[in-house]
Design a protein around this ligand. Structure first.
Ligand SMILES: O=C([O-])[C@@H](O)[C@@H](O)[C@H](O)[C@@H](O)C(=O)[O-]
Ligand SMILES: [Mg+2]
Length: 450
């Protein structure tokens, strides 16, 4: 067992003694390997454009002097990789239990890092957020190593599972059947979901997701078509799924006036309306015009944005995401703040692989106030870096893995293949405009569009 202050994230001395006098070895970081991978991604439409044929992720292997390796997963765009690689050498010699030391060392190593955002769909970029993203990714790997060292699951290290099955929502997207001409290489394998560009297409997509995974909550990614058309899709979903909680997320692509016009039509249909418009002042104005609770992963995405949101009463639900809030501990701090303000807590997702899915599941299992079904892009994912078996869907939920740490195992062959795909595909950062402009050269990103 580790000493109490080690488990609190404090500094650890080299040699400690267990109550029975047995010397303990605290795993210390010897090396961190960051491997970028590219995974096939369908042409999902959103406010920024359309997903590229490949999404980038980074797999983190944190090696220690006890032979234990902790796994983590991050975005795989160039700025994220540069930050991870700049921070990695500074962690050599660090105990995997010293999470305060981790945060300090990463902040120092990154120094005056540029504020670079992976996508404008998760709010404004800032230096603090870049540091938080790096800490978050490495902290997950430290927790995985802690779990493997102690025989405990990550959710147990986070205070214990308050739920053993974590509910997720069906993430519905307007989409094309194929990537636009010129976006994907010849022979690129399209998936079999087909297009979904109207209410019927969205209902059919929801039906397949519900039948396959058993999801209860349904979230529609909006901000793509005229707001009235998206409201119609919500009405069609309500008619087809009378008992499923519904959400709509236009990713701040509606003006305040448009939001105030459309929100009343959605009252009684949605459990929450996510980021109809941009910024806390605009969201606050919309909130005053509707009884719908507003949720966000765009205007409250860092601790610095919380005071304004609280003062303006702009949101009722915050979507956490350990990837950019700064890891598990930061997400738990956020959960406490939400509780203080009487805000609900949900969970945001970007395209991810199984290491992140396991991390999201452990976090959601350990946060009592996380009562909304979490977002996940999993149904859109056709490639994986972890071995099958640890994350099994049942009734729209994932059982928390039982093995120590995150409970997932890296599939080295898959890692190698997806890394090669990264090297070959040429994509080095997420840019959802590329495909839109290929499909329609006159297309421009406008914020808000409607
Ligand atoms: O994958 C997408 O296109 C989503 O739009 C994602 O990038 C957003 O960050 C996210 O899911 C959201 O809830 O805003
Ligand atoms: Mg959102």
């Amino acid at each position: 067992m580790q000493s109490a202050h080690a488990l609190l994230g404090g500094a650890t001395a080299d040699h400690r003694t267990s109550p029975k006098g047995k010397p303990l070895r605290t795993p210390k970081v010897t090396d961190i390997v960051v491997t970028p991978v590219a995974v096939l991604d369908p042409p999902l439409l959103n406010a920024s454009g359309v997903h590229q044929p490949y999404q980038l992720r980074a797999v983190i292997e944190l090696h220690t002097d006890t032979g234990i390796t902790g796994l983590g997963e991050a975005y795989g765009d160039d700025p994220t990789l540069a930050n991870l690689r700049a921070a990695a050498p500074a962690l050599v010699g660090l105990s995997v239990f010293d999470l305060n030391g981790l945060a300090t060392r990463v902040a120092e190593a990154l120094g005056a890092v540029d504020a670079v955002g992976m996508t404008d769909l998760i709010g404004a970029a800032s230096r603090e957020k870049s540091v938080a993203q790096t800490v978050g990714a490495l902290e997950v790997a430290c927790y995985d190593a802690q779990g493997k060292a102690t025989g405990l699951r990550v959710c147990d290290l986070l205070g214990g599972a308050v739920r053993e099955a974590v509910p997720f929502s069906a993430y519905l997207f307007y989409r094309w059947a194929h990537h636009p001409e010129g976006a994907a290489p010849e022979g690129y394998p399209a998936d079999d979901w087909g297009a979904a560009l109207d209410p019927e297409g969205i209902v059919a997509q929801a039906r397949r997701m519900v039948d396959t995974y058993g999801f209860r909550s349904l979230k529609l990614k909006g901000g793509v078509f005229e707001p009235e058309a998206e409201a119609e899709a919500i009405e069609a979903l309500r008619a087809a799924f009378p008992d499923h909680p519904l959400r709509l997320d236009p990713n701040a692509n509606w003006s305040v006036e448009t939001s105030k016009r459309i929100a009343p039509r959605l009252e009684g249909l949605l459990e929450y309306l996510e980021d109809p418009t941009g910024g806390n002042p605009g969201m606050a104005e919309v909130a005053r015009a509707t009884s719908l609770p507003l949720a966000t992963n765009m205007c409250v995405t860092s601790f610095a944005e919380i005071p304004e949101a609280a003062a303006l009463d702009s949101v009722k639900i915050v979507l956490t995401d350990h990837h950019y809030w700064g890891g598990f501990r930061a997400s738990m701090r956020l959960a406490g703040i939400c509780e203080t303000f009487g805000w609900g807590l949900s969970m945001h997702s970007n395209t991810h692989l199984g290491i992140s899915l396991a991390a999201m599941t452990h976090l959601a299992a350990a946060v009592p106030g996380l009562t909304y079904a979490c977002d996940t892009h999993s149904p859109w994912q056709r490639e994986e870096v972890v071995r099958p078996g640890a994350l099994v869907w049942s009734e729209g939920s994932l059982a928390v893995p039982q093995q120590p740490g995150l409970g997932v195992e890296l599939d080295r062959d898959a890692l190698e293949r997806l890394h090669k795909q990264y090297l070959d595909c040429g994509v080095r950062s997420r840019d959802d405009r590329v495909g839109m402009v290929l499909a329609d050269p006159a297309w421009e990103r406008r914020t808000p569009r409607f």
